[in-house]
Every structure is written in C-alpha cells, then in structure tokens.
Design a protein around this ligand. Structure first.
Ligand code: TXA
Ligand code: MG
Length: 323
C-alpha cells in the first residue's frame, strides 16, 4: 500500500478537485457525508476497492455501499423497481441505502459487492460529497472511514486517528449532521427487509413501501452478508489447499511458483504473491472459472496475512456445503 503523508483539507473547490483526481488515479480519499465519513474509492476499480478493504483491516469482505451523484446514475447500474423509485423520490439525497439486483453489463467491481448479484446504493446528501461525486465522474464505493471494528467517524479527526496515512487525503466537512450510518433496506425480495436501522426512520420508509421485514424473519437465502452470512459461492465445488489441478479441474492459483500449464483453465490471483492484488481478482476469477464447466475448482493456498485472511474466509465459506 502507498504511504503518502496524510493531508486533512478543508472544503474548498480545489481540495475537492484534488480528491477527485486521486480517486480517478485509484487512491483512497475520506470524505464527509451527512451520516458518517466514508473511505472512498473508484467503485469500478477492483484494485482501488481492494485497497479499501486493506486500509480497514477488514477480516472478511463485507460488501460496500456504492455512492452516486443522483438517482438517474443509480438506475443505470441496478434494477430499479417502483418501490426503489418511491423511496428514492422520498429520501434521496439522504441517509438511505437500497440493496438492489446488479444490472447487466455492470461496471461496478465485483469485490465491492463481495461477488453477490446485488449492490447497495446510496445518493448522499452533503454538498462536499456531492461535489466529489460530480468531479470524480465515477460511482464511489465507501464504507465508514474507520478500521474494522472501530466506531464510525463523524469528524475528520476521527478518520485521521483511525486510519492515519492509510488514507491519502481527508476532505474536512466538519461534523456530520446525522452522525449514524444510513438505513439499509433490501428490495430484492417481495417484502422489503430492514437490514440495518439508521439515519432514516423505519416507519417513514414503511409509510412508502409497506411493512418491513426484520432480517431474522426472512427465510430462504439470507440477505445480509454482514449479519447473516450469505456469500457468493460458485456452483462448481471448490477444493482448497491444492498444489495443482487434478484431471477435469480448473485452477485458481496464487504466487510465483504456481503451475502455468494444465489441460484445464488456470487463473492466478497474483503471480507476484501480493494479497491485495489477489483480493482485487478474487471474485472475478471465481466467476470466470465457475463458467468453464470444470468438475471442480482447485484453489491454491493463500497466506493468512493481511487481506489473505479475508480471502481465505471467503474461500472457506464458498467451499462449505451450500446454505
Ligand atoms: O451511512 C453510511 O451508510 C456510510 C456512509 C459512508 O455512506 N457507509 C457505511 O458503509 O456505513 P459500511 O460498509 O460501513 O456498511 C455497509 C453495510 C454493511 O452492513 C453491509 O453488510 C451492507 O451495508 N451491505 C452492503 N452491500 C450489501 C449487499 N449487496 N447486500 C446486503 N447488505 C449489503
Ligand atoms: Mg461501518
């Protein structure tokens, strides 16, 4: 990871322009929203999104919220139904996140949605966040700008204390107005599900789309990766800790000593042995090998260091019996 000296900059047009350029170059920028500060990265870049997970020390790949300048940009990226439209009209820009099916030909990094076929989307209501989204010209993936397990930051100083020089630039917009995270509503099933209470009251949301289900009452595939543990798993079985492919298998390789020739397809997560690069490639490569028709995907060991822990967590879940 790059270790630029950390800068905290007040909300000037020039600081926003510099932040947008950094995002465009794949760097991380912390920025204010009305809820909490976000740790932002170009949502279309697997590498930039992997850097977000690395900076947060996230022990697993919880999917991230992707921020857009307006509802129109959102509707080009996810399948927007009538309920989403009603909620967007009532509460965007604002402290509401909607989980919706990813649209076809989706440019958003698969790592941002942890390989799921859904995406959490939000239009934030903060002039500086808005200005950054417009200037960057790309959707911005942003979890709260704190290390994993720490409290969400509502001031620029909180971000600096938690992340230090893991973030290149912090845009200082003063204290966040709402101060708690956005409400997360899953709209991928017939009944909307309240995945996380937050800045917009559940009652106000129910008034627009009808009663909300609580996550624990939902049967079938669990809907909150963070809370319940539904994760992307390929249809093809995984064989972990492989040294190479057996006949009929594809190989998800890692590191410089991995086989490069086999009858089946081989994709190397990181020929250099870099776990951040491996994280950036993980879900896209799992999808690609899943589509080869192999009897199984042999997976080489990934070191249990840094993002390697999150990679192994996901691989073990994907290898476990279907949920
Ligand atoms: O207010 C907020 O929402 C802040 C600001 C920066 O926008 N962001 C934030 O992000 O709190 P984060 O990553 O700390 O929390 C994201 C939540 C997690 O509970 C995650 O599991 C859920 O959203 N989530 C993200 N994508 C999801 C998906 N595809 N399906 C279900 N839940 C999802
Ligand atoms: Mg958080």
């Amino acid at each position: 990871m790059t270790n630029h000296p950390l800068q905290i900059r007040p909300a000037t047009d020039q600081a926003v322009a510099e932040a947008a350029a950094l995002i465009g170059a794949g760097s991380l920028v912390a920025f204010p929203t009305e809820t909490v500060y976000g740790l932002g990265a170009d949502a279309t870049s697997d590498n930039a999104v992997a850097a977000v997970f690395a900076a947060k020390d996230r022990p697993d790949f919880n999917p991230l919220i992707v921020h857009f300048a307006d509802a129109q940009a959102v509707s080009r990226t996810v399948a927007f139904d009538q309920r989403a439209d009603a909620l967007a009209r009532a509460f965007w820009p604002g402290a509401l996140t909607l989980v919706l099916p990813r649209g076809p030909d989706n440019p958003i990094s698969l790592l941002a949605s942890s390989g799921l076929d859904t995406l959490a989307v939000r239009v934030p209501d903060h002039p500086m966040g808005q200005a950054l989204l417009e200037a960057a010209g790309c959707p911005i993936a942003a979890p709260s700008a704190n290390r994993s397990g720490a409290v969400s930051p509502t001031m620029a100083d909180h971000v600096a204390a938690s992340l230090g020089d893991r973030v290149t630039l912090i845009l200082d917009g003063g204290p966040c107005r709402v101060g708690i995270e956005s409400t997360v509503i899953d709209l991928t099933a017939a009944t909307p599900v309240l995945l996380r209470p937050g800045g917009i009251a559940a009652d106000a949301i129910a008034a627009k789309v009808g009663p909300l289900a609580a996550p624990e009452t939902v049967t079938g595939p669990a809907r909150s990766p963070g809370m319940i543990g539904r994760h992307y798993a390929p249809g093809t079985p995984l064989r972990l800790d492989a040294r190479g492919p057996r006949p009929g298998e594809a190989l998800l390789a890692f590191g410089p000593d991995a086989p490069t020739q086999a009858p089946g397809r081989i994709l190397n997560l990181s020929p250099a042995g870099d776990v951040v690069e491996a994280a950036a490639n993980l879900f896209a490569m799992m999808h690609a090998l899943d589509a080869t028709g192999a009897t199984a995907i042999a997976v080489m060991a990934v070191p249990e260091t840094g993002l390697g822990c999150a990679i192994n967590d996901r691989l073990r879940r994907a290898a476990a019996a279907p949920d």
